[in-house]
Design a protein around this ligand. Structure first.
Ligand code: ATP
Ligand code: MG
Length: 331
């Protein structure tokens, strides 16, 4: 059975893009993979996090994953900082990664914007910590949204250079599992920007704990154009906002974009947004409700994470120890 590793940052409340791009895929992959799911709190602090909020968001995120159908008994769910192997391997990878490689990473450019000098070194070396997360488990498959594709290519570059420099074939090649539909859900305020849980505008995203009223309001206010929906999917190409709403509708109802358009062609956004609201509420409401219930028992969430961390540690420790030996560290 192949091993999967995937992570999500407790940098906010998970949004619809995280669900469609990652979490839904995680739930499905559990049937025939050994899965390691990680709340990557060390990644989250690459940009400023209020300590109390970070703690709360980590627990909320654990609850959302359980509510979405992650099985933390059969598989592993834990927070990154609880397993020191990640930091140890990340340091080795910082010394393998070339500056030129990191300079090409678009996530750093998007997050740092023009104010590059004023961002943390952690944000810059984010991809080598991500490579360490995956390779500390020798995971071979990584379900992610499309925005993380470049980081996974870098993970393979790092693994290859490590193997080459030290003359070993120690780290495996990893494969990105990117969902065919809704691999990149866009912001509700700007169809050219991806939906993000850390976007300053809460109106730009649907959060997995939003209630029906909040969802209806956000969708009603979502940016659109003045045209009606076309019949032909190709005609959505230059209409990023329209395309995004249709894509979300299709992904959540598990039908194709062509089928959505066959049903709604000729409609303006008033009625379509109403129909979309129903689809989103149907998908999210049960998860939000179960999350609320799980959040009432913090001790249970903490014990799930502790058990996950000790099982994660049992896998990662020997792998990272071996990598340290290969490097020449005295053990
Ligand atoms: P942040 O803004 O703090 O980076 P984020 O919303 O981008 O948060 P991450 O924790 O960075 O979320 O990513 C978790 C997973 O969700 C990754 O697999 C990522 O590819 C996926 N993902 C994030 N945003 C989207 C999106 N808009 N569409 C599809 N997948 C997404
Ligand atoms: Mg992100």
């Amino acid at each position: 059975m192949q091993r999967i590793f995937s992570g999500i940052q407790p940098s906010g409340i998970p949004q619809l893009g995280n669900y469609l791009g990652a979490i839904q895929n995680w739930v499905n992959l559990q049937a025939d993979h050994e899965c390691v799911f990680c709340l990557v709190d060390m990644h989250a602090i690459t940009v400023w996090q209020e300590p109390e909020k970070l703690r709360h968001q980590t627990l909320t995120q654990a609850a959302i994953l359980l509510a979405s159908g992650i099985d933390a008994e059969k598989h592993i769910l834990f927070n990154q900082s609880a397993v020191p192997a990640h930091a140890r391997l990340a340091w080795i990878f910082n010394c393998v990664t070339r500056l030129g490689w990191l300079n090409r990473m678009t996530q750093f450019k998007d997050k740092a914007g023009k104010d590059r000098e004023n961002h943390s070194a952690g944000l810059y070396v984010y991809p080598s910590l991500m490579a360490a997360d995956i390779l500390a488990y020798k995971a071979t498959r990584v379900p992610v949204g499309e925005d993380q594709k470049q980081h996974l290519e870098l993970t393979n570059d790092i693994a290859q250079k490590f193997n080459h420099d030290y003359g070993v074939s120690f780290f495996p090649e990893v494969e990105a599992l990117i969902p065919p539909a809704a691999a990149r859900v866009m912001s509700l305020r700007d169809g050219t920007k991806k939906m993000s849980k850390s976007d300053p505008s809460a109106q730009s995203r649907i959060e997995m704990t939003d209630d029906a009223d909040a969802i209806a309001l956000k969708i009603r206010r979502a940016k659109t154009d003045a045209d009606v929906l076309p019949e032909d999917p190709a005609q959505l190409e230059n209409r990023p906002e329209a395309k995004n709403l249709v894509t979300i509708y299709a992904a959540l109802s598990d039908i194709s974009i062509t089928d959505v358009l066959a049903k709604h062609a000729g409609e303006g956004f008033g009625p379509f947004k109403q129909a979309l609201t129903d689809v989103v509420v149907n998908a999210i409401a049960p998860i939000a409700q179960e999350t609320k219930r799980l959040m009432q028992n913090e001790d249970h969430l903490l014990s799930v994470l502790r058990s996950g961390a000790s099982r994660a540690q049992a896998i990662a420790e020997p792998i990272v120890s071996e990598a340290e030996k290969i490097v020449g560290f005295v053990k």
